[in-house]
Design a binder for this molecule. Structure first.
Ligand SMILES: Cc1ncc(COP(=O)(O)O)c(C=O)c1O
Length: 457
């Protein structure tokens, strides 16, 4: 096929793909949560190089069918492992539209209106946290990039060019992308200090304070504390007010990793749990988690745009001298990317089409389901449900780790639901991560019924 298909061919291709997606979305409600493994021959076939001449779309989509049958099926409501994301048809349409338009949003002058739309999406996010008049931010590819951009901004603002004595405070439950971000940003492992957590798995603000004082006493430069607004392990939210107080007293930058949990700010219960988030210097939050936007959209919001610009501004002779156009800031000045997709459309279009309320309702439902799950688990003999969920991840242990491992296998065996484990303090922990808006009380009860049966034997 030519690189310039005519209108009729374009329409044919589009309707083929729309039909394909229509079937996929029709099946979403009844889809199993995990698929069957591919053989090594199938994997080898899928990795094959392209031929010199093309082939028809039907046979290409057959290969896609084959490739897609393995792994975790994210659209399924039974998916409660890791951090779920059902995806959103309207956001997929927006991404098709954005790629089809293929306009450049790295610099504002290239597409001032589109850049303004994207800034508007980020402004809406900063307004959720009341970050003040200088707040800003940008959309990135996900939480890892948001954490990296936050760490680099903190480093530049607080340490300058020589940061070999800087210290970053985390906990053993901080997402691994933070330590990875710190290493990419040039820190050694011994500059990333995991602080012990309390019995509720939260960072202890007074241990933080004591550690900062002692590190400073030994000539190091404490500059960044990373708190969690919902850990991946157990969904735990750190004591944000108390940590913000230590950060303010000790002159630390407070970055909050809310990649999973920060969008609960849309809900009343979430706002209570997340109180203090508004005191952060920067927050990572993922539309591709909390808002069901298809994978590839994360966000970083900051209290002061000047900090982002200091850390990321880059100019070239081939660019306009100013990094803004008609008052619209170049997104490239705020983060690591220059050429970038019009990511904002994938968030803006669904928000315009559906309004904010359905997103809030979906998050509220996940909080209800988590409460329900925890209530049931707490009554089961042999289950240790000591951690009441802060948000929508329900983590629990067994009086014997081997029973937990057997329960995990039993729950995932029939593929109706899929859950994943973690380790807390050396103990095997199961978790129901409820964030997929298609997850129902039946999915949750099915998982708990199987756990109960495994324990009875
Ligand atoms: C709390 C937290 N932070 C960061 C990340 C990394 O986000 P991403 O996978 O979008 O890079 C995750 C991913 O699950 C997460 O749960």
């Amino acid at each position: 096929m030519t690189l310039e298909p005519d209108r009729a061919t374009r329409a044919e291709l589009t309707s083929f793909i729309v039909e394909y997606l229509a079937d996929w979305h029709d099946r979403a409600a009844t889809m199993p949560a995990s698929g069957h493994d591919l053989t090594s021959e199938e994997l080898e076939y899928l990795q094959g190089p392209p031929a010199e001449t093309g082939r028809d779309l039907a046979s290409i989509l057959e290969d896609l069918d084959l490739a897609g049958k393995a792994g975790i099926l994210h659209p399924s409501g039974g998916h409660m492992s890791y951090i779920p994301n059902a995806g959103l048809y309207t956001a997929a349409m927006a991404e098709f539209l954005a790629a089809g338009l293929n306009r450049y949003t790295g610099v504002a002058s290239a597409a001032p209106g589109f850049t303004a739309i994207e800034h508007g999406v980020v402004d809406w996010m900063t307004s959720l946290f009341d970050l003040g008049p200088d707040a800003s931010g940008l959309l990135l590819s996900g939480g890892s990039m948001a954490n990296l951009t936050g760490v680099v901004t903190a480093r530049t603002t607080r340490l300058g060019d020589d940061f070999s004595d800087g210290v970053i405070y985390v906990t053993p439950h901080t997402h691994h992308s933070v330590a990875k971000a710190a290493r990419i940003a040039g820190f050694r492992n011994d500059q990333i200090l995991p602080l012990a957590v309390d019995a509720d798995l939260r960072m202890d603000p007074e241990s933080l304070r004591a550690r900062v004082v002692s590190d400073r006493g030994s000539g190091r430069r404490p500059f960044l504390v990373v708190a969690s607004a919902g850990t991946t392990d157990t969904g735990t939210v750190d004591r944000l007010h108390a940590i913000a107080q230590v950060a303010e007293d000790e002159g630390l930058w407070l970055h909050v990793d809310g990649a999973y949990g920060a969008f609960y700010q849309l809900t009343e219960r979430g706002r209570t749990v997340l109180a203090g988030l508004e005191r952060a210097n920067s927050i990572a939050l993922d539309p591709h988690k909390g808002l069901s936007i298809p994978f590839g959209v994360g966000a970083l919001v900051v209290r002061d745009e000047a900090d982002l610009v200091d850390a990321h501004l880059g100019r070239g002779a081939y660019l306009r001298a100013e990094d803004h156009y008609q008052g619209v800031r170049d997104i490239a000045s705020l983060g690591p990317e220059l050429s970038r997709p019009f990511r904002g459309l994938a968030v803006w279009l669904p928000l315009q089409l559906h309004g904010v309320a359905p997103f809030r309702d979906a998050l509220d439902l996940s909080l209800d389901l988590a409460e329900h799950a925890h209530g049931r688990l707490a009554t089961i003999d042999g289950v240790d449900a000591r951690w009441r969920p802060d948000l929508s991840i329900v983590a629990f242990m067994f009086d014997d780790d081997d029973k937990g491992k057997a329960a995990l296998e039993a729950v995932n065996r029939d593929r109706a639901v899929h859950i994943s484990p973690t380790v807390v303090g050396g103990r095997f922990v199961l978790r129901l991560a409820i964030l997929n808006r298609r997850t129902t009380v039946e999915h949750v009860d099915h998982a708990i019924d199987v756990i109960e049966k495994t324990l009875i034997g």
